[in-house]
Design a protein around this ligand. Structure first.
Ligand code: THU
Length: 126
């Protein structure tokens, strides 16, 4: 699976974003270890707080379809700059493994980070 494919899927998903309040579109494409891709977009809400980010939509779709292990997630937004996941999404994703690769692009270059680098000293279990 090339990262280009994953990024293309994230861009497709971004078009579905429901962004009535921020007008900031985010798309994510999550590659499961099975080889299947799960996409997500942000879905906003009039209460603001009930808004769900693209990354968590992709993860909840995957988990609810039985996928339990993940390789990588590509994240794109309507900004020209790289959009890094919010703190809630970093914590949410860490539940399923800190080795996850995060793929970003700002249209000029592709960059890759491990989740453990974006969430050092993660809270995991108690
Ligand atoms: N958002 C995401 O979907 N993912 C991120 O990583 C950052 C923020 C969404 C939430 C909200 O709909 C909009 O971007 C502005 O915060």
């Amino acid at each position: 699976m090339s990262y280009d494919t994953l990024i293309d899927k994230a861009k497709e998903a971004r078009e579905m974003a429901y962004v009535k309040y921020s007008n900031f579109k985010v798309g994510a494409a999550l590659l499961g270890k099975s080889g299947k891709i799960y996409t997500g977009c942000n879905v906003e809400n009039a209460s603001y707080g009930a808004t769900i980010c693209a990354e968590r939509v992709a993860f909840t779709k995957a988990i609810s379809e039985g996928e339990k292990e993940f390789e990588a997630i590509a994240i794109v937004s309507s900004s020209e700059d790289v959009t890094y996941p919010c703190g809630i999404c970093r914590q949410f994703m860490s539940e399923f493994g800190l080795d996850l690769k995060l793929i970003f692009t700002d249209e000029k270059k592709i960059s890759e980070h491990k989740l453990s680098d974006l969430l050092p000293h993660a809270f995991t279990d108690f």
